[in-house]
Structure formats: C-alpha cells, structure tokens
Design a protein around this ligand. Structure first.
Ligand code: GLN
Ligand code: ZN
Length: 774
C-alpha cells in the first residue's frame, strides 16, 4: 500500500433510492425518451436530484466529507452502468459508440430499450428482489476499456459541492457472474473466464476515482453470497481472491469497501475477502449471522449490515446494536453500522405518508428513517451505548405496541387455517381435468390469449386518479371502467383471440388492487420503489392477519363474460406474488401469511365459478424471485409457496381451467415447483431470450399446458410476423404441440395501444400460418 487509508465512517448506507421522492427521475427520463427534452436538460435534472439527495443524507446525519454518503445514482440500472463503464456493449449497438470508443447516454438507453431489429439487453431479477437488472453480454471477443467517466464526474460534481462521497460500482466478480455469453461465444463459454482482462479497467477506474477526490470506493459483490447463480461458489471465491488481490494492490486507488449483502457471506468467499488487501467488508446481518473469525481482518473495518435494506419495519434497534457489539469478537480493526443492502428497495420517507394510520406509521422505517437508524447506531459506536439508550428503548416500545395492536392477530383467520388438511391443496388428476376442460371450452389448436392487462392509457389513469380524489363518483367511475372493458373485449374479438381477458383497467397494480380490497393491508401514497429502468411499483404493507371482507373481482369478470361467447379469464394475483411485492410482516413465518392470503383467494375463485367464469388465471410472476439464495433454504420455501398456490386454486371444479403466469425465463431451478403448482396452463416469459427456455421445458418432461411468450412487452418494439412464426416453430419443435399456447411474455399495461394492436395482430397472423402448416 502506497497511501495511508482514511478511516471508514461509523455509519453508512450501501445505497439510496435513485428515483426521487416524487419519481422525478422517471418523469425526466421518460420525457427525454419521447424527445420532449434534450440530453443536457436531462443531465441537469439528474444532477439536481443527486444534489438534493446528498443534502438530504447530510441533514439526516451522514457526514459531508467522511465518505459515509454513497454515490449510487443510476439513470437506469447499476449493472448496465458498470458494464458500460468497462466498455461492455453488444456488437449490435457498437455503431452507437462515440468516435473515441466511449459510450454515451444515448447508447446506454438504447442498450436498455432496444431499437429497430436490435433487441435490448435481457432483463432479469436482481438476486431475490423485485428489482430487475440488464444482463451484460460478454464473449471471448469483448474488448474491455474504460468507456464512461460518468461515475468519476459524479464524484467531482459532489466534490464541487463540498461533499466527499463514496462511489458505488458493481464489482468485477458480480459483473461477470451476472453476464451471459454473447452469441459469438463458443458453447460453454463462461464470462468469468475474462476476469483477468477486465481487472486492469477496474484498476484504471479506481485511479480515476481517486484523482476525482474519492477517498473510499464501494464495490458491490452480492454474487459472493448467492448459491443460485450459474457459476458455483468455489469458482466465485477463486475469482474474488484473484480480483481483490489485483485491485487491492493497485498503486493509486481509494480505500476499498467490498459489499456482499443480500444474504450471509460465508465459507470460502468470506475467508478470501478477510485475507484480501482491501480495507473494509460490508456483510448482511439481517439474513444471516455473524461470520466466523477469519485471518486477515485486523486492519479492516467490518460494516455490519444490521438495518434491513429490504423491508420497511422500524424493527428491533436494540437487537441491531447487539449484533454490532457481537462483531467486536471478530478481531477486525473497526466496526461500523450499515444497511444490509442498498436502500434502493425501499421508498424514500415515512413522512410522505400522511394517510397512513399514525399507529402503523410509528412501526415503520423507510429509507430516510433507516439512515437515521444507522446514524444512531454509529453514534453509539463512537460515543458509547448510553448516548443512544433512548432511541433503542423507543424502537423496542414501538415493537411491543405492534405485537399487541388489534388486527395483527385475528382469531377467526387463525382458526380457519388450523382446520386445513392436505386435501384442501389437491385437485383431481390432470388427465381428468384436461378431458373435462376440452369438453367445456372447445378451444382450437395453439389457442391464443394474453396475460391479462391491456394498455393503461393516460385516460384510464386520469379517471382512476379523479375517482381517488373524489372528483368522480363511484357510479361514474364504474361506468367508465365498463366502457373500457367493453372496448377491450371488442378489440380482442376483432383481432380473433381465443381466450379473452377483461383488461384489468380497474387495477392500478396487480398486487395493490388486492391489498386495497383485503383486510390486513395498508397502501401508501408515495411509497414508490424502482422495479426496472424508469418503472416503479408501490408495494403495499401487509401488517396484520389477512381476510376478504367481500368479493373483489367478480363483478368485473361477470360483466366481461356477458359481452362475449368466448371464455373470459378470471384474473387473480397469487399469494406468493402478493407477498413478494408487498412489504410483509416479519413477525411470523412467510408460509403462515401466504396461507391466509390463499384462503381469501380461494373464496374469490369459488365466487368467480359461481358467476360463470370457466378459466381462472392466478398469476405467480414472483415465484422464482423469492427463492432463497442459499440452497439449504430452498426446499422449505418451495414447500410453503407451492402449498399456498394450491390452497388458493384447489377448490376449483375439474372443468374449470386454472392458468398461472410466471415472469421470468430461468425455468430449470424451479421446474419442480412449477410442476408442483399443478396449474392446467402456465404462461412464461420467453421472447427476449428467443425461446431458450423451451429446451429446458422439453427436457423436464413438463406435461401440462404451456404458453412461452412470443412478444417481449418490456420494449416498445413490434415483433414481425416472421419473427413470431419462428418463435412458435421453435416452441412446437421441442414441446408437444397440443400443449402449447400462444401469448405475449406478460401483461400489456405498460404498452401503448398502437404497438399493442399491431403486435397482437402479428401474433394472430403468425399463429394462423403455423396452424396451416402443421
Ligand atoms: N395479469 C397481469 C397483467 O397482465 C400479470 C402481470 C405480471 O405478471 N407482472 O398485467
Ligand atoms: Zn408477467
């Protein structure tokens, strides 16, 4: 080491929401995409947002000049940021590089969103969260070089404002571990094999950050805690050893913090980081216990991630303090208080929720409150526990108040759950169901359908907002929704789809809608969390025992079905997804909560059948997302999650066709669970990965109905008839064709009508052509 290292601050967060308290970034970015604003305008808004964030974090108690404020801004995604920084851009976008090879904002957005025939980067879930990152494409031909100075400029920008921030960048091991091989790569190529080639670029980046004034840098390496990546743990640990030997020994660099959140850092990866020539390690102590002593920790700071970066509970602050105290025994040079992950997974501020019940509010901590918690703990570390006794006691009192509050425990709900037996989770055999459904539904070969939602036009959104504000009576509002449903049914009949949907115009969000209609939930006004790019969701808060006061979707489905002879699918969100996309109570096992939600849905299924609905779709797009990162925890998870889906659906009659929809393209790991759901038809995402998934499905022997998506709805691009035809042909070449359904990858609500109508027409035409040929 050539330079003395500055001390790590006593408290920090690993990252902060990027979208802005009022989703300012979303609006600015989307305005830029439509061409309404130019790049300098967008850059000005983003710089202003970063400035506001820094000022806010300083006001909340993080230091202006001690590197406790992370610089974690991103226009779209942190993985894409890192990829572009080291020069990773697929060949199909290489024309968008500047003359000197650098990658500017336009190229960055195009890689994220696609253009013309150039497909965007694939998008997939970031570890076990509802955040989606873009998958870098790396091959033997990839040339790594420092191609963006954006992060360096942000450090300098902060410095000009009097802040010494800690730039955050996805580390080399995680970047490569999350990448996929380029099309040009030979079979079996592993992007991690390029580690030695990318490291010099990271070395160069560290030097540039140091020159811009960074005293600390944070390299995020969550891949090191995951056991569910394609690369195995031993290879990841070896890569980390190599990477941090090289980066640690770089002659000119800031002090290095390696952050390995999202689960417990243990085994070889932990030992490797402990021994590496780096300066600090951040570990997650909310989803794992303290690691064992390891050689090499004496000069390092351990940042104890004791404040949960992924839930919104104020939680047990005294317990967090004890975990920090316990870290002392590791023999590290110093201990600091931190969050378990970036706070990008939680909303900005509880103070923005005036409508929430004040008692509930006192149990909560959003990002800003969590910053307050780490600074409290940091103060305790610096000045002794006595200085924070009052804060710890107040949090403990809030926890006790929560445990005793009415609604948290509902005797009737508990009693019903206790009476359940295995038969409540079992339907008649699939063959029996398939025969009964064939009779009752009489569908053509390769039936076409959509996933549920139709475009949510500005008009629908405005109508809902006016109703929410009380400017529109419920009667008027419902009339407009019926008008919309009528139009959507008419459009589908015109297009010639076989199984119709009502379009979900009454739903702001597939989870929040149910949360609003179930007891035990609260909804927020400004609690937005980034899902991907400019998209954010507003998770509800599941705080108490769940029950259904009255039917939720039945009137809309009955109305839609009355408009057509064709079957209209009833449309529900499954228990696992309702949990995954809400902030869920942390005081009982998830499985207990899931069964409560399932029972409410089971009643809804029964009411839909009574209303004459013959197909009911129960969406579980989040089934894969909640899969624990540690293999040892996965079986128990799959057990309760599959069990709750079956509890929700197994009351359906033999002739009722149960569909489910899953939103991802990695099938392999969860195939047994998907089979276990025992849905009659399962639709999945497949278009962006060009049907790579069908081979896995075929191999697995999955023998129920399956609809691999043929239209990537995450992009405004319209797929051509020939493109869709070849996707369908790929699917039926591998899977028994009488099982195959034709549908888009996901719901259409984020799309505009223009591209939707053309895309659906192309799907129908492609299906017609394939039907004719086979
Ligand atoms: N039925 C929902 C829709 O179409 C499913 C959305 C999802 O899977 N994310 O919008
Ligand atoms: Zn989906």
């Amino acid at each position: 080491m050539t330079e003395p290292r500055p001390a790590f601050p006593h408290a920090t967060i690993l990252g902060y929401p990027r979208i802005g308290r009022r989703r300012e970034l979303k609006r600015a970015v989307e305005a830029h995409w439509t061409g309404a604003t130019d790049e300098p305008t967008l850059e000005r808004v983003a710089a202003e947002l970063r400035r506001t964030t820094r000022e806010r974090l300083a006001a909340l108690g993080l230091g202006r000049t001690d590197s406790s404020i992370p610089e974690s801004f991103s226009y779209y995604d942190q993985v894409l940021d890192a990829a572009v920084t080291v020069g990773v851009l697929p060949e199909r976008f290489s024309g968008l590089r500047a003359a000197d090879g650098t990658i500017g904002l336009a190229a960055y957005f195009t890689a994220a969103r696609g253009e013309g025939d150039s497909l965007p980067l694939e998008m997939t879930k970031w570890f076990d969260t509802n955040y989606h990152y873009l998958v870098p494409e790396i091959g033997p031909e990839t040339v790594f070089s420092l191609s963006s100075d954006r992060l360096v400029r942000q450090v300098a920008e902060a410095r000009a404002d009097g802040f010494t921030v800690r730039p955050v960048v996805v580390g080399p091991v995680t970047l490569l571990a999350l990448a996929k091989a380029t099309d040009a790569a030979p079979a079996g190529f592993d992007p991690l094999s390029r580690l030695d080639d990318v490291l010099p670029v990271y070395v160069e980046l560290l030097a540039a950050l140091r020159d811009a004034g960074a005293e600390w840098v944070q390299l995020d390496e969550p891949a090191l805690v995951s056991e569910s990546l394609a690369v195995d743990g031993a290879a990841l640990a070896r890569a980390a050893e190599r990477a941090y030997a090289v980066l640690g020994e770089a002659a000119h660099r800031p002090a290095v913090l390696v952050a390995a959140g999202y689960a417990q850092l243990d085994g070889r990866a932990w030992e490797v980081l402990a021994a590496a020539p780096i300066d600090a390690i951040a570990i997650d102590l909310t989803r794992g216990s303290a690691p064992a002593r390891a050689a090499g920790l004496d000069g390092k700071t351990i940042v104890g991630g004791v404040v949960d970066g992924r839930n919104i509970w104020r939680g047990d602050l005294a317990g967090a303090w004890h975990k920090l105290e316990a870290l002392e025994s590791l023999g590290a040079g110093a201990v600091a208080a931190g969050t378990s992950t970036s706070l990008q997974h939680v909303p900005h501020d509880v103070a923005d929720e005036p409508d929430l019940d004040s008692r509930l509010r006192s149990w909560l901590a959003f990002a800003d409150q969590k910053v307050g918690q780490v600074t409290t703990l940091g103060l305790g570390l610096r000045s002794g526990r006595a200085t924070i006794d009052d804060e710890l006691a107040a949090a403990t009192a809030a926890l006790a108040d929560r445990a005793a509050a009415p609604g948290v425990f509902d005797g009737a709900v508990r009693a019903r759950a206790e009476r359940l037996s295995a038969s409540d989770r079992t339907r008649s055999s699939y063959d029996e169901r398939a025969a009964a459904q064939e009779d009752s539904l009489d569908l053509p070969f390769l039936p076409t359908t959509t996933i549920g939602s139709f475009p949510q036009t500005d008009e629908i959104r405005r109508t809902r907002a006016r109703h929410d504000r009380g400017e529109l009576s419920t009667l008027e509002y419902e009339d407009l929704i019926r008008f919309e449903i009528t139009a959507v049914i008419g459009l589908q009949e015109e297009l010639g789809l076989d199984v119709l949907v009502h379009g979900e115009p009454e739903r702001n969000d597939m989870v929040q809608y149910f949360a609003e209609n179930l007891d035990g939930f609260a909804v927020t006004r400004n609690g937005w969390v980034q899902s991907y790019g400019s998209r954010a969701t507003r998770p509800s808060i599941l705080w108490g025992d769940v029950s259904r006061p009255s039917p939720i979707t039945v009137d809309w489905s009955r109305f839609a079905q009355a408009l057509t002879e064709k079957p209209v699918k009833g449309m529900l969100t499954g228990p696992v997804t309702i949990l995954a996309w809400s902030f869920v109570r942390d005081d009982q096992p998830l499985g207990t909560t899931a069964d409560q939600v399932a029972l409410a849905l089971r009643d809804e299924v029964a009411d839909l059948e009574t209303a004459g609905i013959r197909i009911i779709q129960v969406d579980e797009p989040a089934l894969r997302e909640l899969l624990p990162l540690k293999r040892g925890d996965q079986a128990a998870y799959l057990d309760w999650s599959v069990g709750s889906f079956r509890l929700a659906t197994a009351g359906a009659a033999t002739a009722t066709q149960v569909h489910t929809h899953l939103c991802y393209s990695e099938f392999g790991e969860v195939i047994d669970a998907i089979r276990g759901l025992d849905a009659d038809v399962t639709s999945i995402e497949a278009a962006r990965s060009r049907m790579e998934i069908v081979a896995d499905i075929a191999e697995s022997g999955f023998d129920h109905g399956i609809g691999p998506g043929v239209y990537d709805i995450h992009s405004p691009r319209v797929p051509s008839v020939s493109e869709i035809t070849s996707l369908i042909e790929r699917a039926i070449a591998e899977i028994p064709e009488r099982r195959v359904w034709i549908n888009p990858d996901c719901g259409l609500k984020t799309r505009g009508y223009r591209e939707t109508v053309t895309s659906l027409a192309n799907i129908i035409e492609a299906t017609r052509l394939v039907r004719e040929r086979t």
